[in-house]
Write a protein that binds this ligand. Structure first.
Ligand code: HEM
Length: 401
């Protein structure tokens, strides 16, 4: 992963990259990374994010900072309280049924399957529309076009904006089209829906600001979950015994939200996948004022990159850091080193929902299907907006008798 990144990041506390033009710090040390994430004022989100995602996400909470972010975030959080997540579970189950029904035995590229399934979930949750709906399907296609226009994002790339420019132009056109289609979905609403957009409207968002947040939910709530589900299936395919235990548990549990509590092992599988393959592998920040990171002086304006990928595999804190071992979660784990949803004030508001979605989707798949690796097709992780496989993730599906 991240071939430009030296192996030492799995052991380093802070690594500095100095060029004549810029200085940046990557912070793999989990405790230090958390310190940075807790200090959202001292280390706001990097301007690179708003420069690249701004054409799509406008002034949504994903890209803004300071009072503007705080005010909008306070209005968004109640939409994801515990009870709300339970209400959204039937939408997850419906999308899971569609996904399972669409699969056939044989070799399957799972990134495409999970991308479609999680888009189905978020379209239902956000707009009360399944992906089969023609207007929703158009949004999904536009979304795929936008993703294809996105560059690879290694930490070095995150700092070298000019290399992105031609792609950014293509990305901007794709972003405009996607926003126009989502605006169409919003305009076609009856006002009777009880969904996430209805909650955003109740929270006071309207016009362009409503569109910003809605498009953001589409992006933040779909690609991340798709990435995690795909890597989860790979991990299960490579660990037969784990897969069988998880399947037995899923088959014994009731479908839907009620089954969650009865699947502790599958929940640990999910946690372990997020440790090894955090969908958002890097979190770019900027030092708002001079700061000290251990023995390094960080000048105001310097880039500071947190890495859930390296912290989740940090050799100073994890036993067998690169090994997929869901049982570690029933032993003593350094849980402060696990922050796939970020940490501090800007922690992912959709984390509870994403955990529910991940476990319910995996359970639905495992009840019907067994997955196995395809020889000669071991995926190689690369960083796009999220962690994807360079040439897809191919697995062999067979029906569970
Ligand atoms: C496995 C799935 C997911 C993962 C791993 C994940 C991870 C993250 C991470 C790491 C961030 C922080 C990014 C940063 O600080 O630079 C974030 C932010 C965010 N996520 Fe998620 N996310 C997931 C699913 C979701 C879902 C399902 C939703 C909503 C439906 C969602 C909504 C958001 C929003 C709105 C933000 C911006 C928060 C802010 O900046 O205040 N995410 N997510």
């Amino acid at each position: 992963m991240f071939s430009s990144q030296p192996e030492r990041l799995y052991r380093a506390r802070v690594a500095e990259l100095k060029t004549p033009v810029y200085r940046s710090f990557t912070v793999p040390d989990p405790a230090l990374a958390r310190q940075v994430l807790e200090d959202a004022e001292g280390f706001p989100k990097s301007d690179v994010l708003s420069a690249t995602l701004g054409p799509l996400l406008g002034r949504s909470v994903f890209v803004t900072n300071g009072a503007e972010w705080g005010e909008a975030r306070a209005r968004i959080d109640p939409a994801f309280s515990g009870g709300r997540v339970r209400e959204m579970a039937p939408q997850i189950e419906a999308a899971a049924r569609t996904m399972c029904a669409g699969l056939s035995p044989g070799e399957v590229e799972v990134e495409a399957v999970t991308a479609r399934a999680t888009a189905d979930v978020i379209l239902r949750v956000l707009f009360s529309r399944p992906i089969e709906d023609a207007q929703a399907a158009e949004v999904y296609d536009a979304f795929r076009a936008y993703q294809r226009a996105q560059p690879l994002a290694s930490p070095a790339d995150l700092l070298r904006l000019p290399r992105w420019v031609p792609r950014r132009r293509r990305g901007a056109a794709a972003a405009r089209r996607l926003r126009a289609l989502v605006a169409g979905l919003i305009a076609a609403r009856t006002g009777e829906e009880d969904d996430l957009t209805a909650r955003l409207v109740k929270a006071g968002f309207e016009g362009e600001r409503l569109l910003d947040q809605a498009v953001m939910f589409l992006l933040a709530g779909h690609e991340t979950s798709a990435s995690a589900l795909s890597w989860a299936l790979l991990c299960l395919a490579l660990a037969d015994e784990v897969q069988e235990r998880a399947a037995v548990e899923a088959l014994a549990a009731p479908e839907g939200f009620a089954g969650l509590r009865q699947m502790p092992f599958l929940r640990d599988v999910w946690r372990e996948v997020l440790r090894l393959y955090p969908p958002v592998p890097m979190l770019p920040r900027r030092a708002a004022r001079p700061a000290q990171l251990r023995d390094r002086e960080v000048a105001a304006g310097a880039a500071v990159i947190l890495s859930p990928w390296h912290s989740g595999r940090h050799e100073r804190v994890w036993d067998a850091p690169h090994v997929f071992d869901p049982d570690r979660w029933s032993r003593d784990v350094p849980s402060e080193a696990w922050f796939p949803f970020s940490a501090g004030p800007r922690i992912c508001p959709g984390a509870g929902f994403a955990n529910t979605e991940g476990v319910l989707m995996l359970a639905a798949l495992l009840r019907h299907w067994r997955v196995a690796p395809v020889e000669g097709r071991m995926p190689r992780p690369v960083a796009h907006l999220t962690v994807r496989a360079a040439d897809g993730i191919w697995l062999r599906f067979s029906e569970r008798s």
